[in-house]
Write a protein that binds this ligand. Structure first.
Ligand code: PMV
Length: 315
């Protein structure tokens, strides 16, 4: 038996533009775990997974769907790395956050399964090697992943990322992120594909949007360092407008972004691939964060989480 664990993430700034080499900033959510257990099930020529049981965050079994391909690939690359090609596994994953909502579920599950296989095979690998293997599995689910999800779903610190290079930031801000699930499953693969098609059709327009998203991401790194809550909130609002112009948001997410702002958020935006999924809202104090969370749940969000950005609560 082998065990591996990762967690959820949200992109604070730079989704989509990060695929084109612009900077992005993402926050790990270590309290929302993805756990994996694997048991060797003998050699198999046709499949790397003999059985897959994927428990979703409500405790029920989720349809493996797209994830199966990604996890097959995760098992394949991990067994090859460990020197046991063709060894099949029984796999159980248990997630405390939803899949398909921009919270990094596919990278988190691939990363947890890869760690579990290496644990079962008693093989040590560097974090760098595990990230490379996770990104190989992510190609199956995402097509053209930037690599940001793989890094953030196993980091304890905020990640700044550009063209495969990451840096870690220990942020200590007396502020809160409210993360809310619209309940609508998005498809990152489809959203990234749509942006690619738009870029092929109208390159100057899409690239000018990307340029601005990149500038916002860069400036938001400084906001986080300085604790500039209002500036960061304004940039989040602008990023949401730009992402909507790229057609990767969703009417319910747009509505919930407005609800969050009216409930006192300093800023709010969609997060992740889009076409549904989650939004994030930024609040200066715990009471406001609670109010935002309540308002979002009343107005159609199916779940909300509050994450503190103070260093103490994330130790
Ligand atoms: O929806 P998620 O959590 O998979 O995030 C996707 C982020 C994108 O920038 C749209 C794609 C990527 O590979 O970075």
């Amino acid at each position: 038996m082998g065990y591996g664990e990762t967690w959820a993430k949200v992109i604070l700034m730079g989704e989509h533009s990060v695929v084109y080499g612009y900077p992005a900033v993402a926050a790990p959510l270590p309290s929302l775990k993805m756990r994996a257990w694997v048991t060797p099930a003998g050699l198999c020529a046709t499949s790397c997974i003999r059985t897959l049981k994927a428990l979703n965050y409500e405790g029920s079994l989720s349809a493996a769907g797209d994830r199966f391909g990604g996890l097959e690939c995760a098992v394949k690359v991990a067994t090859e790395f460990a020197g046991y090609p063709g060894l099949a596994f029984d796999v159980v994953t248990d997630s405390s956050f939803p899949a398909g909502r921009g919270m990094g579920s596919s990278a988190a599950s691939a990363g947890a399964v890869i760690r579990a296989i290496l644990d079962a095979c008693d093989v040590r690998a560097s974090e760098q090697e595990i990230l490379r293997l996770t990104n190989e599995a992510e190609v199956i689910t995402h097509g053209n992943p930037s690599g940001l999800d793989a890094v953030t779903t196993c980091s304890r610190d905020i990640v700044t990322f550009q063209s495969g290079q990451m840096q870690y930031m220990r942020v200590d801000m007396p502020a809160y992120l409210v993360i809310a699930d619209s309940g609508i499953a998005g498809s990152t693969r489809e959203a990234v594909g749509n942006v690619r098609k738009a870029d092929e059709k109208n390159h100057p327009y899409v690239r000018s949007v990307m340029d601005e998203l990149g500038e916002l991401a860069l400036a938001s790194e400084t906001d986080l360092e300085l604790g500039a809550v209002n500036m960061l909130g304004e940039r989040m609002n602008r990023a949401h407008e730009l992402l909507s112009q790229l057609d990767v948001s969703h009417p319910l997410v747009d509505h919930l972004v407005d609800v969050a702002r009216n409930a006192g958020a300093n800023g709010a935006k969609m997060t992740g691939g889009g076409l549904g999924g989650c939004l994030i809202a930024f609040a200066e104090d715990a009471d406001t964060a609670q109010n935002i969370s309540r308002a979002l749940l009343c107005e159609g969000a199916c779940k909300a989480w509050i994450h503190s950005l103070s260093a103490k609560s994330n130790e």
